[in-house]
Design a protein around this ligand. Structure first.
Ligand code: HEM
Length: 331
């Protein structure tokens, strides 16, 4: 469910409201993500070429990539045809989505943009923006179940802000100070991209007495920085309060807290990511009360992680919702 909420928001921004291939694309990209997240022996021994053949991984990925490419080509074609109808006055103009913006730039020819570039941008936005967001929402919810006093506080805030409307929308998100602190704390303790993206050192240098040769692949451990006792009080404790009055933020200048990275290659989707987390969480907290099945207690919830494209829960989070009486959505 969480997964389809965050994917749905990204898909709506990328393809607009009426795209008929949207769900086919989501299904195809999630299949590809699953495949790439799995363990492959050939990744560990890349020099042993026959391993790649035996695993069949390369063939599978190539096949899926081709299918994926066909779906995006179709989506681009559909957009082009609709834009032509709009221009000739046959159809009323719709609000632009990401594909429209890219096609407009291509038409204006300000700088060369081929269809393959448009396809790459779409793959990038989905690949980088969907799973990171759904993973974070799932961890935030898990942490709130594990720490029920946090859930209570966050839920009270969301219901105070949106109670008069009986529903959640973007207008009140800026008032959700506590929920924002919950999201920051989730990023600190469970960053979805714990080692950021790899860098290559293009000049030999010395850091803390260690010689780093040119061309070394450098991995930055954002997960360890977020739990470093030199910077954080009781780092293993999930405590959103630490962000309520502090000035530490994830904009890439506080190096102890870099869930979106830092520097030139920092996540460019940060301003899209924030509402894409706040909105689903606010909805889930406003419309439902949540509990674990079979009388299970929060402290019994398994919080093991599994490493893939992002660091996710090892087991699915299974929760029982009870509709909230103040919700004006018909359940
Ligand atoms: C919870 C949400 C997200 C998290 C935690 C996250 C985290 C990250 C991180 C850690 C990086 C690598 C930065 C570095 O190594 O310094 C990254 C890169 C990137 N992110 Fe995000 N991201 C999120 C959402 C998004 C969204 C919504 C989009 C697009 C709409 C996006 C697009 C990208 C792209 C294109 C890159 C590659 C940038 C480059 O290589 O120059 N991300 N993200």
């Amino acid at each position: 469910m969480i997964f389809s909420m965050t994917y749905g928001i990204v898909a709506r921004a990328a393809f607009g409201k009426k795209c008929k291939d949207q769900q086919t694309y989501i299904d195809s990209i999630t299949e590809l993500t699953k495949l790439l997240s799995g363990f492959s022996l050939s990744d560990f021994y890349p020099s042993i070429k026959p391993l790649q053949l035996f695993s069949g991984m390369k063939t599978k990925v190539e096949k899926m990539h081709k299918e994926n490419d066909k779906i995006i080509a179709n989506i681009i074609k559909e957009h082009r045809e609709r834009r032509a109808r709009e221009k000739s006055g046959q159809e009323e103009a719709e609000q632009e989505d990401l594909v429209d913006v890219l096609l407009r730039i291509q038409e204006q020819n300000e700088f060369p943009l081929a269809d393959k570039n448009i396809k790459s941008v779409i793959v990038d936005v989905f690949g980088a923006g969907s799973e990171t967001s759904s993973t974070t929402v799932e961890w935030a919810l898990s942490e709130m179940i594990k720490n029920p006093w946090v859930m209570k506080e966050a839920q009270a805030e969301v219901r105070r802000v949106f109670g008069p409307k009986g529903n959640v929308d973007e207008t009140g998100l800026h008032e959700l100070k506590y929920l924002k602190a919950v999201i920051r704390e989730t990023f600190r303790i469970r960053p979805s991209v714990p080692l950021l993206l790899p860098r290559e050192c293009h000049q030999a240098c010395e850091i803390n007495g260690y010689h780093v040769p040119e061309k070394t692949r450098v991995l930055i451990n954002a997960w360890a920085l977020g739990r470093d006792p030199n910077y954080w009080n009781e780092p293993e404790k999930f405590n959103p309060e630490r962000f309520l009055n502090g000035s530490v933020d994830y904009t890439g200048t506080n190096y102890e807290f870099i869930p979106f990275g830092a520097g030139r290659r920092m996540c460019p989707g940060i301003t899209f990511a924030t509402p894409n987390l706040e909105l689903p969480l606010a909805h889930l907290l406003f419309h439902f009360d949540w509990k674990l099945p079979n009388g299970m207690k929060g402290e019994d919830l398994d919080m093991s992680e599994v490493f893939g494209m992002t660091v996710k829960r090892k087991t699915d989070l299974v929760l029982i919702p009870t509709p909230y009486h103040g919700s004006k959505i018909v359940h």
